[in-house]
Design a protein around this ligand. Structure first.
Ligand code: GLN
Length: 466
């Protein structure tokens, strides 16, 4: 598989040297999709009639095929968030990330599948049907960026862009045995990302290697003056300068004793840390007293923000429009027909925790705890370089295995804390279980210190290979 055995930098060199052409890369991508995507269904739409005669320039991503999660706007292309409500929505402008990639001359192969409205952990809730895990097609690819992760893992594209609100890049990357990076909140523009929970959403890459994640991140982390949460580069630098560099990995031990974590996941995690010790890292236990509350906090803040963001799908301005007897009836019919079950559940939960009688009891408390957890994470990085946990408490599960919503939410336990705090985090393949299903190692760094994730991540990849 051409894309799985190389790096973006190598492809770029080969394109420049003329030993491969962008047309050949494009054809390789399309034929890999033809071969496997009927069963995997990583894509909602494939752009298979493109002119790839573009001259390959000096830009690192030019001429290289990639996939995009179906919630990032590319002008003139559909963007449905895999939901019925936006089924026929066509982007009227380019996201910042589309502007950057077009400028690079990167080749967009298609719109990748996801959970309806990016809420989920298994890609089982897409309006367009499930995506299968390329390693074992009886299992889920994770979610909500299951399509992008499966497309990369099956060697259909060189990299994919996903979004991560509570783990949606990292958890599917772990399930599919590839690398997933959630950049620091504020380092990649959200302009043109269809909003789920605006204080948590981040765009990031899913790749075959840590080096590729670094390559893509270095291209997409531009400051954007049209996104008021984008952080200027000189401010990011001040964070990078004041951080220790001591090769110390912190492990929040008591947090790993949560109910529902599979013993094999823990075994793999401890074994992987041992390998890092042999690489010269020291491993220390750290206390994060409130991190155990992160999941509960997330499932208040995320639905609250989602319920407010999704209010715009009213059948008047965007997407699906069902006629009603009057305005309210029209809203009801449109939303009932357009939103999937999980989306409806979150909207109800969100409006409940924001309602006047319960605002103080739930939403306000959750915000206080969020601030507390953020403070604890900031403090812990005064003594350690990087935090480590498994990416998820289980490997990719079988279709239909997790039916009740709570058991799906529990899959997010190790990923959501850093959406609440904004820290960058990465999931890296960490070997497989007896059935060949991959584990994920999850590293978190101080704010704007993606460079640390890449340095430690590369050491980790080497340690795992040895
Ligand atoms: N599993 C999480 C959820 O359902 C993640 C969502 C995301 O990151 N988009 O909320």
């Amino acid at each position: 598989m051409i894309f799985s055995n190389t790096t973006i930098k190598e492809l770029h060199q080969a394109l420049k040297a003329g030993t491969v052409t962008s047309k050949e890369l494009y054809d390789a991508s399309i034929s890999a999709i033809k071969e496997r995507d009927e069963s995997i269904h990583a894509f909602i739409e494939v752009f298979d009639d493109q002119d790839t005669s573009v001259a390959v320039g000096d830009q690192i991503l030019s001429g290289i095929p990639f996939a995009v999660k179906d919630n990032i706007l590319f002008k003139g292309k559909k963007a449905s968030v895999a939901s019925k409500i936006l089924e026929n929505y066509v982007a009227s402008y380019d996201s910042k990330i589309a502007e950057i990639l077009k400028e690079q001359g990167a080749i967009l192969i298609g719109r990748a599948n996801m959970d309806d409205s990016a809420m989920g952990t298994s890609t089982e809730s897409s309006y367009y049907g499930i995506t299968r895990n390329p390693i074992d097609e009886t299992r889920v690819p994770g979610g909500s960026s299951g399509g992008p992760a499966a497309a990369v893992a099956a060697g259909m594209v060189m990299y994919a862009l996903g979004s991560d609100t509570g783990g949606s890049i990292r958890q599917p990357a772990a399930c599919c045995g590839v690398v997933g990076l959630k950049p620091t909140y504020g380092s990649v523009s959200r302009r043109g990302l269809i909003a789920l929970a605006s204080s948590l959403d981040v765009i990031g890459p899913i790749t075959h290697s840590v080096e590729d994640a670094e390559t893509v991140f270095n291209v997409i982390h531009e400051y954007d003056e049209l996104d008021n949460t984008s952080v200027p580069l000189d401010v990011r630098k001040t964070y990078q300068e004041k951080n220790v560099n001591n090769k110390v990995i912190g492990v929040p031990r008591s947090f790993l004793e949560v109910e529902g974590i599979h013993p094999d996941v823990l075994k793999n995690f401890n074994k992987s840390l041992e390998k890092m010790k042999q690489k010269g890292y020291s491993i220390v236990d750290v206390e994060l007293p409130n991190i155990k509350h992160a999941l509960a906090v997330y499932y208040i803040i995320q639905p609250a923000e989602a319920s407010s963001n999704l209010a715009r799908y009213d059948g008047i301005r965007y997407g699906l429009s069902e006629k009603g007897e009057d305005l309210i009836d029209g809203y009801k019919k449109t939303k009932t027909a357009g939103f999937g079950r999980e989306v409806q559940r979150r909207i109800m939960l969100g409006t409940y925790v924001l309602s006047s009688g319960y605002h103080d009891e739930y939403y306000y408390k959750a915000r206080q705890l969020r601030a507390k957890i953020t403070e604890e994470i900031r403090e812990v990085f005064e003594t350690i370089d990087i935090l480590a946990t498994p990416t998820a408490p289980n490997v990719a599960f079988k279709f239909g295995e997790k039916k009740d919503p709570i058991s799906l939410y529990l899959e997010d336990i190790f990923t959501v804390p850093y959406n609440l705090t904004g820290n960058p985090a990465i999931s890296i393949p960490s070997g497989t279980n007896r059935e060949g299903m991959p584990f994920g190692m999850h590293f978190t760094a101080p704010m704007f210190c993606e460079n640390k994730l890449f340095a430690v991540g590369k050491d980790f990849e080497n340690a795992i290979l040895e």
